[in-house]
Design a protein around this ligand. Structure first.
Ligand SMILES: [Zn+2]
Length: 226
């Protein structure tokens, strides 16, 4: 059996950090949860939403799946894990924000791009990522000569827009959004630079929200004369 000591000591560190000096937090969490936002992120181990946003327990209601996708609203007898999570966050917890957090180097989006060559990944993955097939087709049509890396980055962003559009197909999301009770956000995190972009609905482009991480820049600021 693999050694899981690292995870056990992690729980101990977590207890110290969040509950050791902060009994108020433990008391309030016991009373129930009231997260501000539902964050829909990818399962990718490099983009843990709570770590990235430096959030405490209770801050975020998090839904993770391959390629941070939202399927369209469909009421039938299938098992709808994603839709039930969204329903709980919106209708029961009454979050005020939904953030779809995409990221660079996404394996799920890679599988989506591959599937155009008739190579469908796994038993479930290929079918799942097909939710964003329209995003793939759009970027392939708009950038037919783009290098694979560039195409993948564009498709990762475009897939976020598909999820935002599909969110609006849920009647109770649409209703709350139209009344201004719920805001939808599309974010894109670049693993290699740490930069965060957001989708600006007015300009129709992804714009910088948090600048890229640059150790050189930080050093330069430290030694710069005041
Ligand atoms: Zn991913």
């Amino acid at each position: 059996m693999a050694d899981v000591t690292k995870f056990i000591s992690g729980i101990e560190n977590f207890q110290q950090q969040h509950f050791g000096q902060n009994s108020e937090l433990a008391t309030s969490l016991l009373a129930g949860q009231k997260p501000q936002a539902l964050l829909i992120g990818c399962c990718d181990s490099r983009v843990d939403p709570a770590l990235l946003t430096d959030c405490a327990p209770g801050d975020l209601f998090i839904l993770r799946n391959i390629a941070n996708l939202v399927p369209p609203y469909k009421k039938d007898n299938d098992y709808h894990g994603v839709s039930s999570s969204i329903e709980y966050a919106v209708c029961y917890l009454e979050v005020s924000d939904i953030i779809v957090l995409g990221h660079s180097q996404c394996g799920g989006i890679g599988a989506l791009i591959q599937s155009v060559q008739g190579k469908e990944e796994g038993e479930f993955i290929g079918k799942w990522v097909n939710i964003a097939a329209s995003a793939r087709d759009k970027v392939m049509e708009e950038m037919p000569d783009a290098a694979p890396e560039k195409l993948a980055r564009a498709c990762e962003k475009e897939a976020i827009l598909v999820s935002l559009k599909n969110l609006m197909s849920f009647p109770w999301v649409r209703e709350r959004a139209s009344k201004g009770q719920l805001s939808l956000h599309g974010w894109y995190y670049n693993i290699s630079t740490g930069q965060l972009k957001y989708y600006n609905q007015l300009t129709g482009t992804f714009e910088v929200l948090v600048e890229r991480y640059s150790p050189n820049l930080l050093n330069a600021q430290e030694i710069a004369p005041k």
